[in-house]
Design a protein around this ligand. Sequence first.
Ligand SMILES: CSC[C@@H](O)[C@@H](O)C(=O)COP(=O)(O)O
Length: 345
Amino acid sequence: MKSIEWLGNILRILDQTKLPRETAYRDAKSYEEVAEAIEKMEVRGAPAIGAAVAYGYVLGALEYNGPRQGLTDFMETVQGRLAQTRPTAVNLFWALRRMEDRLRDCWEIEDLDGVRKALIEEADRIAEDDRRMNRLIGELGNEVVPEKGNILTHCNAGALATVEYGTALSVIRTAYSSGKSIHVYADETRPLLQGARLTALELMNDKIPVTLIADNMAGSLMQQGKVDLVIVGADRIAANGDTANKIGTYSLAVLAQAHEVPFYVAAPTSTIDLKVATGQEIPIEERPAKEMKECFGVPMAPEDVNVYNPAFDVTPAKYITGIITEKGIVTAPYSVNLLKLMVRS
Ligand SMILES: CSC[C@@H](O)[C@@H](O)C(=O)COP(=O)(O)O
C-alpha cells in the first residue's frame, strides 16, 4: 500500500478516505487535483503531504505552456495554492521550500524541459529522503521498545502517512521484526478514524498483533497497567519541543505521565520547525463541522448543533519522554538539544 506513486507525468494517490472498504486511486494530472486530494485528506499524514506537494509542484511545471521567463511567476501561483491546503503539517512548507530553491537554482537552464527534469529529480529526492529517514527512525527507535509489552498509538503514523514505512509505525515494525513480543493498542481516532481504518489495517497486513480501542479507553487501560509505551507521530515540533499532532494526543500524553508510561514522538527532522519558538505559535487547522456531525455521510448529531473541530492539538514538551528522529533520540532540554540536532549533519 503506497500512499503516493509518481508515474512520470501523473501522481497516483491512494484515496485513504475509502480505506479499508475499498482500494481506490486518484490519478492526479494537475496541481489543483493534488491540492484537492490533500484538502479532502485522500492523502494525509505530514510526511506524505510533503512528498505529495513536491509532485504537485512538478505537475504545475508540466502544465505550464508559456515562455521560459514566465515560469517563475506561474510557479508562485502553484506554490500559493498548494500552501493553502493544510496549515499545520510543516513538512508541506518544508517540501515547497525545497522545490522553490531548486527552481531558483535552475536560472541558467533555458529550456523548460530541462527545468522540469530538475524539479522531478528534487521531488524524487524528497520522497527518497522520507523513506531513508523513516527506516532510520525505526532502527533508532527500537531502543525504547521493551522486549515484551503493549504499545499504544494514536491516529496513523504509518506507511500511509509517509512515503513508506511510517514514523511511529516504523518503530513498531522494526521492534516486531527484531523479534520483540509486542502488541499494539490503536486508538480509533475520532472524528475521521485514521486509527481504526488505517493503523489497524496496516498492522494487520503486517501480522503485528493489534487491538482497536475507542479514544476514551486509553486512560482505563493505563490504569490497569496495560500500556507500557506510547508512540505517536507529529505534524510540527516547535523549537522548545512542544508538538502538534492529531487531536487527542495531548490527553494521551497527560494520561501517560499520570501513569508513569513513557511517551515518545517519532518524526523526521523535516517535521521540526525551529522558526516556531513554542507550540502556541503553531497554526492549528479547523476542519468542517460536517466531519463531526456525520460519520461517513450518516448524520450523528442534530443538524444545527455548534461544532468545534480542530484537527490537531499541542502537547507541551514537558510531557514528552523523547523525540525519535533519523539523527537520534532527543530528550529534554529540548530547546538546546533540538537545535544541536538540527545543526548536526
Ligand atoms: C507520520 S504522520 C504524523 C502525523 O501527521 C499524524 O500523526 C497525524 O496527526 C495525521 O493527521 P491527519 O489529519 O490524518 O493528516
